[in-house]
Design a protein around this ligand. Structure first.
Ligand SMILES: [Mg+2]
Length: 455
């Protein structure tokens, strides 16, 4: 897992140092010595992650970060701001400028790699979403990926695992103003809570003596339910080796004692923000993919989906020498419903119609809304005579009882149906045309009936 990292610092000695460390870990490094160059490189799409010195002449790091986050082209780039150690307030300032993480100078190697790796993981996740979105050929991907984490990273539900009351009380006190904290000391209790609750973050103190805290971290990563839950370690200076092992097994971040209250809050906020962000991305991606193939009114698949499926279903049937039938359904005098009772009533009829028809067709039948009051049902492995009995079942069920619509009315509705199969041709447009002609005959012969295409 690698990434192209842009290192921005006005001092060549600093960029050199970071370049050497990152290159040793097989990251690709690009260097800029001022904010203007940095912005240009980012806009040209030449990097994946930005390491940004806070104090630079000209445009300082905070301003560069603000501009990156305000620009549609660069808003999705993860930014790590590097501040001097004595600028404790600036760490939080960096996050306020929209930075995704922060480091303090002199830059500790473990901290550098932990934060860069964590953002690389996020980048890999976003790239995957991007390619999946492209594969499903949908629109609005860019907008989606540029969604900022609108939700404030507050109100998190946090599990704190720490067996030293003096320490856990301090952590809880720093966080409880904005988050809900559950504190546990034993591993059984921790496991129980993780199974019973949904946590947004787990904080584990490496000083725990009753059990191996890294064992718990590895269990959290292995459990399906908590695989994605961020983990934050609290460590002593002499714990470095164990922190490294934790980071290798997927711990997201760590803090060193003595704990800085602001840093603790900021790191918790960063992890929560990232979690909410990836969650909302995943959800919107799912919704967008569904939207591309689903008719929002009826919940049925849409014309696009039907067109994508019809060809392959017919082809498969052709090679296996199996029958396929297809019916086109058109609600009779639907325009009258809209004209007389309004479009709200029309929508209610369409929804009720989809629901009722779905109840009388089989699970293997694929029902789609072609548009307006027109629907298609594709019936694999079904000859036209059996398809006709299903079509008749649909017709009589629609006629059977009126459809409730807004305003407490019940409207009697009927449907005309045309049927065709693949016996004459396996070409999608051909079978659709024949079903359409049959439907036309149902209409001209008085509606509310099923007509089979002429053989
Ligand atoms: Mg500087």
């Amino acid at each position: 897992m690698t990434a192209r990292i842009l290192v921005v610092d006005d001092l060549a000695a600093n960029t050199k140092l970071l370049e050497v460390r990152l290159t040793a870990e097989y990251f690709e490094v690009i260097v800029a010595n001022n904010g203007v160059d940095a912005l240009q490189i980012c806009r040209a799409g030449r990097c994946d992650i930005v390491l940004l010195d806070a104090m630079m002449p000209g445009i300082d790091g905070f301003e560069v970060c603000r501009r990156l986050k305000a620009d549609r082209l660069t808003a999705h780039l993860p930014v790590i701001i590097i501040t001097a150690l004595d600028e404790a307030r600036d760490r939080v300032r960096g996050l306020e400028a929209g930075a995704d993480d922060f480091l303090t100078k002199p830059v500790d190697e473990m901290a550098l790699l932990a934060r860069v790796r964590s953002l690389t993981r996020l980048k890999v996740f976003m790239d995957e979403l991007r390619s999946r979105a492209q594969a499903s050929n949908k629109i609005g991907t860019l907008e989606l990926l540029q969604l900022s984490a609108d939700r404030e990273a507050l109100g998190g539900h946090i599990l704190l695992v720490d067996d030293r009351p003096s320490s856990s009380e301090r952590v809880a006190a720093a966080l409880s103003e904005h988050h809900k904290i559950d504190t546990v000391a034993g591993i059984t209790e921790a496991q129980h809570n993780l199974g019973a609750q949904d946590y947004d973050l787990v904080i584990v103190a490496l000083s725990v003596r009753l059990f191996d805290p890294l064992r718990l971290c590895s269990q959290i990563r292995a459990m399906e339910k908590t695989r994605q839950t961020p983990i934050l370690l609290i460590a002593e200076t002499e714990d470095r080796a164990r922190v490294l092992r934790g980071l290798e097994m997927g711990v997201n971040d760590y803090l060193m004692r003595p704990l800085d209250r602001n840093e603790l809050r900021a790191r918790v906020r960063t992890q929560l923000r990232r979690k909410y962000y990836t969650e909302s991305l995943r959800e919107s991606m799912q919704a967008t993919i569904e939207m591309a193939v689903i008719d929002p009114l009826t919940g049925l698949n849409n014309r696009r989906y039907m067109e994508s499926q019809l060809g392959s279903v017919l082809q498969k049937a052709e090679t296996r020498r199996r029958p396929v039938s297809l019916m086109i359904l058109d609600i009779d005098h639907f325009k009258r419903v809209n004209d007389t009772y309004g479009h709200g009533a029309g929508d209610d009829v369409l929804k009720g119609f989809a629901q009722r028809v779905r109840q009388v067709i089989r699970a293997v039948d694929l029902m789609c809304r072609l548009g307006g009051e027109e629907f298609v049902i594709l019936m694999p492995d079904t000859d036209i005579d059996y398809a006709a009995t299903i079509a008749e079942r649909v017709r009589s069920s629609v006629e059977g009882s009126p459809f409730p619509v807004e305003g407490g009315r019940n409207l009697p509705i009927t449907v005309s149906i045309g049927l065709a199969d693949n016996s004459a041709s396996a070409a999608p447009e051909e079978i659709l045309k024949r079903a359409d002609i049959a439907l036309y005959r149902s209409k001209t012969n008085g509606r509310n009936q099923v007509t089979k295409a002429a053989a």
